[in-house]
Design a protein around this ligand. Structure first.
Ligand code: CA
Length: 385
């Protein structure tokens, strides 16, 4: 089943030519239409829950319903003689799986944050003084979160080249990727009520792979003193398939102690997700890493995001931050892989890259063992025009 068998059953939104979009699950090389299964009496739910252009109605139906549907689907798909009418993948157009509420992006990989510090503040401590005390993040732009396969137009913007006292305007010359996990919120929270760290996972519906496209030249000029703005808001790609949290909870592994010990509202036994991740550029794998390299957990990120009373909505999305490991080939961005352009990456076709060129295609992939392949995130760079 190549990662899409009964243990996985990720949710998405699909459409056949001339038909309405609806909720489906990826099963093998096909898509099962949940509205049709419900209409045929194979799922004990209202078909209207699945005859929807996004997963938001299903997510809003709460975890009891998610679990009931998942158990029913596992029973349906696990049988050796299960005869389920699947839509072949090549007949299904895959759409953005959920309507994205608020979008936040963190900066929670110790190696990524340290590499950025070594490059841009070589004479200082590589980590900002707050890094080990809180999961640093910023609010991004939910309206430009796009589904895998959407072309990415090279953005225009302001940059200031080295040695030039004045900024110029034009297409970004340092377009980059960031390999991340995205966490999808399914259970809202009340405004004014922080979500405790030990209850944070109860709010999560699932996980996607996420590419936080980044224009490093725009970012370097605009980000002082505030955080990323136009350098990242032009596009963020996510996978078409949302892996249910229940499918990967078994991949939780203990993580190294956090030093110094976090403040009480962030305190929990350190853990991470053991998910193998990779980045391919024009078909060549250029990085392999693992989500266990994240320092702050998804629960700590969610607890921090709400500790001031900010509320959660169904469909909120937060990125883990670029996931890099200690070795060079484990770096989750071209910025790090090419060390800010100083060490070009050699590709099998004999060419080299520092940052992305027009026509380049990037694919992010992830696995939780043999049984689960996270939905890939694919994107090709189009000229600025
Ligand atoms: Ca990021």
């Amino acid at each position: 089943m190549s990662g899409f068998g009964p243990e996985h059953l990720p949710y998405g939104i699909f459409r056949r030519a001339g038909e309405e979009s609806r909720v489906g699950i990826r099963f093998g090389d096909g898509v099962l239409d949940l509205a049709a299964l419900a209409r045929d009496g194979l799922l004990d739910e209202d078909p209207a829950l699945f005859a929807q252009p996004s997963l938001n109605a299903f997510m809003a139906a709460r975890p009891e319903v998610w679990r009931r549907v998942r158990e029913a689907l596992q029973a349906l798909t696990a049988g050796p003689d299960a005869e389920l009418a699947a839509v072949p993948l090549d007949e299904a157009e895959l759409l953005l799986p959920f309507e994205v509420g608020d979008y936040v992006d963190f900066f929670s990989s110790l190696e990524h944050a340290s590499n950025a510090g070594r490059m841009f503040r070589p004479d200082a401590d590589p980590l900002p003084p707050n890094w080990r005390h809180l999961p640093i993040g910023y609010h991004g732009r939910s309206g430009t979160v796009v589904v895998s396969g959407t072309p990415i137009r090279r953005p225009h913007g302001q940059r200031r080249d080295p040695g030039d006292p004045r900024p110029i305007y034009g297409p970004s010359t340092r377009l980059d990727i960031e390999l991340e996990l995205g966490f999808v919120v399914g259970v809202p929270s009340a405004h004014g009520e922080p979500v405790p760290v030990d209850g944070a996972l109860d709010h999560l519906f699932g996980v996607v792979l996420l590419n936080d496209w980044s224009a490093r030249d725009l970012q370097a000029w605009e980000s002082r003193p505030l955080g990323p703005f136009l350098a990242k808001s032009f596009a963020t790609s996510i996978s078409a398939w949302v892996t249910p949290l229940d499918a990967i909870v078994g991949r939780r592994v203990p993580a190294a102690a956090q030093e110094p010990e976090p403040l009480p509202y962030l305190r929990e036994d350190p853990w991470a997700l053991d998910l193998d991740l990779e980045v391919a550029l024009n078909g060549a794998t250029i990085a392999r890493t693992n989500a266990r390299h994240l320092y702050w957990s998804a629960a700590q990120q969610l607890a921090h995001m709400t500790v001031n009373g900010a509320s959660l909505r169904v469909g909120d999305l937060y990125g883990s931050g670029t996931i890099s490991g200690p070795d060079r080939e484990q770096r989750g961005s071209l910025l790090e892989l090419s060390w800010n352009g100083a060490e070009p990456i050699a590709l099998p076709d004999g060419s080299t890259r520092t940052f992305l060129e027009d026509g380049d295609e990037v694919v992010l992939r992830g696995r939780a063992g043999e049984a689960i392949a996270l939905g890939e995130v694919r994107g090709r760079i189009e000229p600025a025009g």
